[in-house]
Each structure stands twice: as structure tokens, then as C-alpha cells.
Design a protein around this ligand. Structure first.
Ligand code: HEC
Length: 186
């Protein structure tokens, strides 16, 4: 199942014709290229954990071109348990960020292990201000710059750009080619 992911996304088309991930992709809009730069770039922080420059740091854990998860990642501050008020600190893995949306542009599911984030905007807002959940001893240090809970201070335009970039990771073929259909349906 993990081998079934998009390979004909707008990102893939752009990547083939660019010298590297950091170069502007000719098939991307200005907003999508801005989002790509924010996704790939490491942020700089001040002593209060507030971003003063650089990107949003997503690449530090969700690595291009597969957008799979860094095997050493700890949790990302989403520590809820469905139907419970206690916390679960052990969710340190993420599926690939490819195909968050289907070919029609609708989210395939709510995000995170507990489905607690219903939109991509909610995901960006989560990373924009990592919640200071008491007792979260397994929060990844990358989200705790200078020992503070990360504040990216993203402008609305930067949030829009990150969402626009995530949408370029959805392909078409896996939703339309019969060879990817349910093998158990006679
Ligand atoms: C410190 C590592 C780390 C960083 C940095 C990080 N993430 Fe994540 N991300 C995770 C982990 C771990 C999960 C899985 C959490 C869960 O399931 O509760 C996740 C889950 C997600 C998901 C949900 C995937 C799904 O299918 O449910 C999205 C979307 C996402 N991250 C986007 C981003 C974006 C955009 C950024 C940059 C602003 C980012 N992440 C930065 C570690 C990170």
C-alpha cells in the first residue's frame, strides 16, 4: 500500500524540469513557488521561539521528494486521543504528504492520527503556533526552538502559499487508472 502514491503531480512535473527542489518551478504559480520555498526553508528564531526569517521548516520532517516522515521525528504537538481527555505522545509518524487531497481537490480525510484538523488551513495554523500541551515530553525539538513552543508568525499570504504548495502534491493517475482499483472486487 505504501508504494501507491502520486507520481504525476504538478510537483513532479515541475521537479523534472528544474535543476533542484529550490529552483523556481516553471509550471508553478508565484504563490505555489512561494509555498515551496516556505516548505523547504529552515526557519530562524529569536529567543522567544518566534520566527524572524527563513521558511516554515516542514522539510525538516516531511522530506521531498517523497514527503515521507523523518524516521527520527518525535511528535508534532498533536497528542489527542479520540474520545479521551488524556494524551498520547507516541504518534511520531505521518503518511506521505502526497495526496492529502484527491484529484477533485477535496481532502481525502481529516489530518493527523486523531483526525483533529479538518482543513489544510487548520494544519498550517497548528504549526504556526505549536500548542503548549502540559506533559508533552516527546515534542520534537525542532518545534521547540530555544526551548519555546514554535511561533512561525506566518502572514496570511504565507499560509495561503503553503496550502497552495501542498495542493501540488496530488496526482491524477492513481485516482483514474484501473490498475490501482480494488483487487478484491471481482
Ligand atoms: C518536527 C517534525 C515535523 C515538522 C517540522 C512538521 N511536521 Fe507535519 N507531521 C509531523 C508528524 C509526526 C505528523 C503526524 C502527527 C499525527 O498523526 O498526529 C505530521 C503530520 C502532518 C500532516 C497530516 C498528515 C495526515 O495524513 O494526517 C500534515 C498535513 C503536515 N504534517 C504538514 C506539515 C507542514 C505543512 C509543516 C510545515 C509548516 C509540517 N508538517 C512540519 C511532524 C512534523
Amino acid at each position: 500500500m505504501r508504494s501507491i502514491q502520486s507520481f504525476d503531480s504538478k510537483y513532479d512535473v515541475g521537479r523534472v524540469s528544474a535543476p533542484n527542489d529550490n529552483a523556481a518551478f516553471a509550471n508553478f504559480s508565484v504563490l505555489e513557488n512561494q509555498g515551496k520555498n516556505l516548505f523547504l526553508g529552515a526557519p530562524q528564531f529569536n529567543a522567544s521561539g518566534e520566527r524572524t526569517g527563513g521558511g516554515a521548516g516542514c522539510q525538516g520532517c516531511h522530506r521531498a521528494p517523497e514527503f515521507d516522515i523523518d524516521p527520527n521525528s518525535r511528535n508534532n504537538g498533536v497528542v489527542g486521543i479520540v474520545g479521551s481527555t488524556t494524551v498520547d505522545l507516541t504518534n511520531t509518524r505521518s503518511p506521505s504528504l502526497r495526496d492529502l487531497l484527491n484529484a477533485n481537490g477535496t481532502l481525502n480525510s481529516q489530518a493527523m492520527h486523531d483526525g483533529s484538523l479538518a482543513t489544510l488551513e487548520a494544519v498550517i495554523n497548528h504549526y504556526n503556533a505549536i500548542p503548549s500541551t502540559p506533559g508533552n515530553t516527546n515534542l520534537d525539538p525542532k518545534l521547540r526552538p530555544q526551548g519555546q513552543f514554535q511561533k512561525l508568525l506566518l502572514a496570511q499570504n504565507e499560509k495561503d502559499a503553503l496550502v497552495a504548495f501542498l495542493k501540488t502534491l496530488t496526482g491524477t493517475n492513481i485516482y483514474t487508472d484501473e490498475k490501482w482499483s480494488d483487487p478484491f472486487t471481482p
